[in-house]
Design a protein around this ligand. Sequence first.
Ligand code: FES
Ligand SMILES: [Fe+2]
Length: 347
Amino acid sequence: MNYVKPTIPAIDGCQDSVLLNDWHVVGFSEDVMPGALVLVTLLERDLVAWRDANGALHVWEDLCIHRGARLSKGSIQNDRVICPYHGWNYDGAGQCVLIPAAPTEPPMKKAKALVHHVQERYGFIWVCIGVPARGVPAFPEWDDQSYKKVSCGPYKFRSGYRAVENFIDPSHFPFVHAGVNGVLDSPDPITAYEVQESEDGLASTEVRVTQPYGDPREVPVIAFYAYKCLRPLVAYFKKRVIIADPARQSEGSENDRFCTFLTAQLVDEVTSIVRISCAMNFSPSPSDADVRRRQDLVYAQDSAIVDTQRPERIPVDLRQELHHRSDLMGQKYRSWLKTQGVTYGTH
Ligand code: FES
Ligand SMILES: [Fe+2]
């Protein structure tokens, strides 16, 4: 039999090994329920996600090895994916176990779906379409029971990198999030901060801002953001919050923190899906709905501006666009993307 195994990278689309061999979030765990074949697109590749009766998650290339039909158009029966075209049956390992046109004949060994690496962490589905170079990045509060966690999104953005850069940029707060994360008439001066690079990515020292509605308790706060870029499309901040009004400071504690773990799924070079998980440890704890309402507002305000940025593919050559001292984190992010060999979706 003539059979050519599809190779990674695809002829079109992403060729960057740093991205192909990394983990990418393609959904929330609850987006894929038993019995459903779910189409997701990552780096221009169509994938099919499904769960077997035991809850185990599978993500394959959305392609039948026989004649290239889309498996996502098929069905699931007895923990097998049935191709919609000639009914080949694939088991959970992606092996074809029945060719209905020759039911008594064992299918060829090479009759296999193209199976990808998958894992579930922090409420997200993570996929690697190459060979994982390392694990998923750390979200330390996830396993800390003193933190309430709330998943928010998905939020559509054009450039995933522009969405990440926006996330690590505190100087837009007074303008894009006036009355929420900053004060329009009195923008915070951004005092000097530092950014360190390590094998875990980039990390900033704290950046101080005043926020009229800085957390879901709806009290004005002074916030100190410590940012991290963990992967090209995964970022994080830990925000220390102090209630601004001295008369109300007893409502808070010096240990109050609000953290956000942000992921961007690159559908293609200029289409992305942002999903976040928020972790907070203060009381009274806001409801899940309160947290989501606020995040929905903030990310809608962000995408309304970020999606207007040109060029859509983020420039990683620092000679393009102008950088100010207050943009240090974004500036480092761009150079870091470049040194890691990210070219897909950049300029
Ligand atoms: S294309 Fe899938 S069974 Fe023929
Ligand atoms: Fe923002």
